[in-house]
Design a protein around this ligand. Structure first.
Ligand SMILES: Cc1cc2nc3c(=O)[nH]c(=O)nc-3n(C[C@H](O)[C@H](O)[C@H](O)COP(=O)(O)OP(=O)(O)OC[C@H]3O[C@@H](n4cnc5c(N)ncnc54)[C@H](O)[C@@H]3O)c2cc1C
Length: 305
């Protein structure tokens, strides 16, 4: 172990407690690869602070020693932002232990939570108040609200409720030098100056580590209904134009059903007319072949649908 590593280890131990500083390769491994196995990196250590003050202490140590930090929530991101690079000179700061509800204000419909809280737990905390936090995505059992904010996640209700950016009223952040910026406000009509919190949303941890957020809640839906919207298949329309008759027969050797289509001669003549009018026999023959193939492709496409 070099001096800097020993110094770093001792100071991180003092900041968060030795058992929350992981350096054993097997313990570190899940934090240095992404869930799809597309990105692999190395880290000096994984640090798991349990409070904002501990995050700030870790950041001060790293700022002092010039050690890069990679914040990590649920490690479900798709772009490798939560994976350290392969130089092995960084630490991963996991927010997983910071998963508490700090405050619920049902009159103002807001929820203040720590950044490492899994999204599904945020939804449950809102539901317990008869309210709803509308961000929802397939990774919600694993991803954290801090990660959702840092990636400005959309999810499947994004068209109705907006990105995570639209669902936050305030945040608390540890800045790059270890100072804590307390922007935990739940005021809905806040028209004071710059909206600094939005700088940190979608920033992927480049400007600071989000440690808590005030989230907007909404009335829970009173009823749910499922609708199936069927759209006209453009393939079907084109097929109808080109095909005059369709029959089926069974192939004797394979036993498979085969679709036999008869092209509409009028549509064919219309499509091929410019080529035939040119007197270009080769082009007309090629046109015939292309026309037949296009009917076959349409037929196959419809069969797949
Ligand atoms: C099955 C699946 C479905 C998904 N569906 C959607 C979808 O519908 N819409 C969508 O937008 N995305 C979707 N995603 C990707 C989505 O962005 C992430 O799942 C989620 O938002 C990331 O949260 P996380 O806690 O896992 O963050 P991580 O993967 O841990 O980190 C993501 C980035 O944020 C940074 N970061 C994490 N926590 C903090 C913090 N506290 N402070 C500062 N920086 C931090 C990391 O350094 C990294 O750059 C999906 C992912 C999966 C696996």
């Amino acid at each position: 172990m070099t001096d800097i590593r020993a110094i770093l280890r001792a100071r991180l131990d003092a900041a968060v407690g030795g058992e929350q500083v992981l350096s054993d390769p097997a313990a570190v491994e899940p934090y240095v690869s992404d869930w799809r196995g597309r990105y692999h990196g190395r880290a000096l250590a994984v640090v798991r602070p349990g409070s904002t003050e501990q995050v700030a202490a870790v950041v001060r140590v790293c700022a002092d020693l010039g050690v890069p930090m990679v914040p990590q929530g649920g490690n479900t991101g798709q772009c490798g932002g939560a994976t350290p690079d392969d130089r092995g000179n960084a630490i991963v700061v996991s927010l997983a232990r910071m998963n508490r509800v700090r405050a619920v204000d049902s009159a103002n419909a807001t929820l203040t939570v720590e950044a490492g809280m899994p999204l599904a737990m945020v939804q449950q905390a809102a539901a317990a108040e008869g309210l709803m936090f509308p961000l929802s995505l397939a990774a919600e059992g694993s991803c954290s609200i801090g990660g959702n904010l840092s990636t400005n996640a959309g999810g499947h209700a994004v068209l109705r409720f907006g990105n995570t950016r639209d669902l936050v009223l305030g945040i608390e952040v540890v800045l790059a030098d270890g100072r804590i910026w307390d922007g935990l406000r739940g005021l809905r009509k806040d028209n004071t100056g710059y909206d600094l919190k939005q700088l940190f949303v979608g920033a992927e941890g480049t400007l600071g580590i989000i440690t808590a957020a005030v989230l907007k809640l909404f009335p829970a839906p009173a009823h749910r209904a499922t609708a199936l919207a069927a759209l006209a298949n453009p393939l079907a329309r084109r097929y109808k134009e080109l095909v005059i008759k369709e029959t089926h027969r069974t192939d004797t050797s394979s036993g498979k059903e085969i679709r036999v289509v008869q092209a509409n001669p009028e549509a064919a003549a219309k499509e091929l007319a410019p080529l035939i009018a040119d007197g270009n026999q080769a082009a007309a023959t090629l046109g015939h072949i292309r026309y037949r193939r296009s009917v076959e492709r349409l037929s196959a496409g419809l069969a797949e649908n």
